[in-house]
Design a protein around this ligand. Sequence first.
Ligand SMILES: [Zn+2]
Length: 293
Amino acid sequence: MQPIQFRRPQADLVRQSNYSFVDSMRQISITTLGKRTKLAFTDKGFEKYFTEDWKLGTAKLIHNRGKWFLHIGITKEVSDFDAKDNPKVVGIDRGLRFLATAFDDEGKTLFFDGQQILRKRKKFLEIRRQLQSKGTKSAKKKLKQLAQRENRWMTDVNHWLAKTLVAAYGSHTLFVLEDLTDVTFNTDDLPKSLRNSHRSWAFFQLESFLTYKAQAIQSAVLKVSPAFTSQRCPKCGLIEKINRHHDTHEYWCAQCQYRCNDDRLGAMNIKMLGQDWLNGVKRPKIKKLTTVG
Ligand SMILES: [Zn+2]
């Protein structure tokens, strides 16, 4: 085998015309510096991308710890989400006690527990406090690493959650979320020590992960107004703040006696707004009507 040489190690791009799979996919033929080299390779775990529907693009040849990797850019044509295609509608309420509560057309609810996340964040906070009180140079360095670790971990959680939601509901689904751009989060459920450190970026990250994962399977994410989603009775439509009991996490309608978990209630109302949108309402929103007379 000829050693592969590069002019500039950072720019080892291999254009699509300069590599091909030969010998019934057992070898790859790469042209570098005008020379063609045939090599055996392994595609373990990536087999599914070597199919007709994925288009291979420009690749990058990388040398790392004695091994050669060919990173291939791939693209796939997917059709867009079609609102007229009778999609499933899933309302998703994001929160702290539950990371997400999802309510679907069949009346089924999925709860994603947030307690474990809160516990872990509390632990991060404790370590952070200890390091802060030290104030040394090495403590400062560790603080920075700790913050990066926490962000990576939260990113992993969001990836997992978006993946799980997309897998649970599949293609042709309209995922409805609240538009949280101008919302301050209700941190009543958080331990006091965590209230100020709550970071909303995690909510927006979940939204963006879910958006692109949904797009890949002809699903879509719709954002709706969060107004009154935790106050409206899904049975009789009454909007009443005091129906929600924060201490017991219960919604209890004073008019029709409907009772349900308050996280589930949010997801139900969010789902309803998604249905409104499918029915032609441009900016679905729960409006509190004041009775006159
Ligand atoms: Zn009611």
